[in-house]
Write a protein that binds this ligand. Structure first.
Ligand code: 7RM
Length: 655
């Protein structure tokens, strides 16, 4: 475990004392305005969640809400349902039949709108396609697509037939894709000829072909034609590869949904942890749907007329929960945009808000900081008056960015909800309720009703006011149920720090006198680069995989836009010289092994790494060097000269 932030830094963060009550016009129309919801949920959390569950559609009801044998929970025990029925069929039966479900825009400017009825038919058709290709209930299906409607269709089609989807973000490398396919032993892969990012083609099928050389479990590949022939040529392997549109032509519009147990697996999503190997986080059907449904409805004050835009890629949990399952379970209209925010110009997001009359906009602090730097003229050029609520997720939002967002995007009429949660938590857990909470910029405020969060010391004592580890002290419906194929790691990683009923989030946080939570970042070896989770160990494994590297130590350093950047300290093998060429080769090597999100900003060659006498790399010292800070205690170093040399060197080459 790495050490915590120094107290002085925590104190700085808490200097913020501006408060923002819900703007009056917003409050007047908000669905949740009564503080009593918190007390009611705290008195009977199971009853509280069951209330939301009963707004969903079940084939058969649950017999008990929760079976909790720490650290294993089962929610809505005995209930059966289908996620695709809840996201699609039930809307089609009523007034939402021809309501827009997905308004999609590609980066080049192509547009498509799918109504709930369109979605219903295409999900059913694709579910039939999957069945015709031999996919059965419980099988794993890997999905490696750009942000196109087919991604949501594929996920819902899997859910319809009880197959487990594993979406791999299109920015991940062929090797990352291969490892994820193999870990889950997926039998089918859905990919595309490519996608668009900043005017460039992302050749997904080519990357998939690379991965497919070493994925013995894959029997079939479905290729979505996103680019048609404007892209790099696509290799279609006879007998294994099939075009999506050709399969769909043959497929029937009706597909009986599987009756899934509430605890049947809905999906696996890989996320970085403290080892070199990403964890396959497992979510199940009933609890996950209840959690995402409830939080979408309350945190975003969702109404039937809303146009909801969460800018996350579906390859991340935010896209799973707040592009697909949460909003569609609520029958909302969702906006999806494939590309970059600055393509072709820096007002692309605001152009989209204007074009579709987006009312709820949910993005990440790294994007907000980029908007801030680009200047207010970009949002000012567009009509943003349709917006009524703004959200933030992925990392701590600095107060300046919060206030900028509130003022220049929200026009001081939209509440800003800073929402804390994780891949593991499945849905938002710490957040304002926008009609109720008086926000303090930089604070995610309070646990959602029914959620119990606390600050604990290393010894496990509860801290009422002050800093420590953020923990969750009660199970919640959308909690992870395990790590795919690694039941022990589930227990040791999350439930073993104190007693087995206390969930360790891996985040440091502070609770203030009003009971508000201030998130302070990870306390383990996980970085948050532009809202993306990257394990330092993953990057280290990628670096030492290079034939010239002997040893590597990776740390995060602060970065104005990305929050954190990757800094890599590298020792080379005997006789190998560092230099600019090798430096960029190593950066490219990390991109090839993991993906562009993990590319180190700094690579520092060093003859030695600072180690303790027992041989542990002292990452704390490396962090201080990377941050250009005064060095802390170096007395446990095996060779104190190492650090002095490194420091000098970083100042020369690190910028
Ligand atoms: C949703 C998501 C989870 C980690 C989490 C935190 C950080 C996320 C906030 C935040 C401060 C926030 N899932 N984090 N949201 N930190 N304030 N509002 O991001 O699994 O990819 O990352 O992200 O460190 O543990 S994630």
């Amino acid at each position: 475990m790495a050490d915590q932030k120094p107290a002085a830094e925590i104190a700085d963060l808490l200097q913020e004392d501006r408060t923002f009550p819900p703007p009056e016009a917003f409050r007047a129309q908000a669905s949740v305005r009564d503080e009593a919801v918190y007390a009611r949920a705290a008195r009977d959390p199971e009853g509280f969640w069951a209330g939301f569950a009963s707004e969903l559609e079940w084939f058969s009801p649950w017999t008990s809400v929760l079976d909790w044998k720490p650290p294993h929970a089962r929610w809505f025990v005995g209930g059966t349902l289908n996620a695709s029925v809840n996201c699609v069929d039930r809307h089609v039966r009523g007034a939402r039949r021809n309501k827009a479900a997905i308004i999609w825009e590609g980066e080049p400017g192509d547009r498509r709108t799918l109504t709930y009825f369109d979605l219903y038919r295409q999900v059913s058709q694709f579910a039939n396609v999957l069945t015709s290709l031999g996919v059965r209930r419980g099988d794993r299906v890997a999905i490696y697509l750009p942000l196109v409607p087919e991604l949501a269709i594929a996920m819902l089609a899997c859910a319809r037939i009880g197959a487990i989807h594993s979406v791999v973000f299109g920015g991940f490398s062929a090797e990352s894709l291969r490892d994820r396919i193999n870990d889950a032993a997926a039998t089918l892969l859905i990919t595309a000829d490519g996608g668009w990012r900043r005017g460039q083609v992302v050749p997904l099928k080519q990357m998939a072909d690379e991965a497919l050389k070493e994925t013995p479990s894959i029997k079939n590949v479905v290729i979505v034609a996103r680019l048609h022939d404007s892209a790099a040529p696509v290799h279609v392997k006879e007998g294994r590869d099939h075009w999506y549109h050709l399969l769909m032509q043959e497929a029937s519009y009706t597909c009986e949904p599987e009756r899934m147990d509430a605890e049947d697996m809905l999906y696996i999503l890989y996320t970085s942890g403290t080892t070199g190997k990403p964890k396959g986080i497992v979510h199940t059907t009933g609890g996950y749907l209840v959690g995402t449904y409830a939080t979408t409805k309350w945190v975003f004050d969702l109404k039937d007329e809303d146009v909801f835009w969460c800018t996350a890629d579906i390859g991340w949990v935010t896209g799973h929960s707040y592009v697909v399952y949460g909003p569609l379970a609520n029958g909302a209209t969702v906006v999806m945009y494939e590309g970059a925010p600055d393509w072709p110009q820096r007002d692309r997001f605001w152009e989209i808000v204007e074009r579709y009359g987006v009312t709820i906009f949910y993005t990440a602090p790294t994007a907000i900081r980029a908007f801030m730097r680009w200047g207010t003229e970009w949002p000012r050029r567009r009509d943003l008056s349709s917006l009524r609520l703004l959200g933030s997720v992925g990392e701590p939002i600095n107060p300046e960015a919060w206030v900028w967002y509130y003022r220049h995007v929200g026009g001081e009429r939209c509440p800003v909800v800073d929402t804390w949660w994780q891949t593991e938590t499945g849905s938002i857990l710490i957040t304002p309720l926008p009609g109720l909470t008086t926000c303090k910029p930089g604070s995610a405020t309070r646990p959602f009703p029914g959620i119990s969060a606390e600050i604990r010391t290393d010894q496990g004592e509860t801290v009422e006011v002050g800093g420590g580890f953020l923990v969750l002290t009660r199970p919640w419906p959308s909690m992870l149920r395990g790590i795919y194929g690694d039941p022990d790691r589930y227990v040791t990683q999350y439930w073993s720090r104190w007693t087995p009923d206390i969930y360790f989030t891996g985040d440091g946080a502070k609770r203030d006198r009003d009971g508000f939570f201030w998130l302070l970042g990870r306390v383990d070896d996980v970085l948050n680069v532009a809202g993306h989770r990257i394990g330092t160990m993953e990057v280290e494994s990628a670096l030492v995989d290079h034939p010239r590297v002997a040893e590597a130590a990776v740390v995060g350093r602060s970065h104005e836009i990305k929050g954190q950047a990757v800094a890599a300290f590298v020792t080379l093998k005997e006789g190998v010289q560092g230099g600019d060429v090798l430096m960029s080769e190593l950066k490219d090597h990390v991109v090839r092994k993991i993906g562009a999100i993990a590319r180190p900003d700094d690579v520092i060659f060093t003859a030695d790494l600072p180690k303790t006498r027992s041989g542990k790399i002292m990452r704390r010292l490396l962090r201080d060097i990377a941050e250009g800070k005064a060095l802390g205690d170096t007395t446990t170093l095996a060779d104190p000269n190492v650090i002095a040399r490194l420091k000098e060197q970083y100042q020369e080459t690190g910028e």
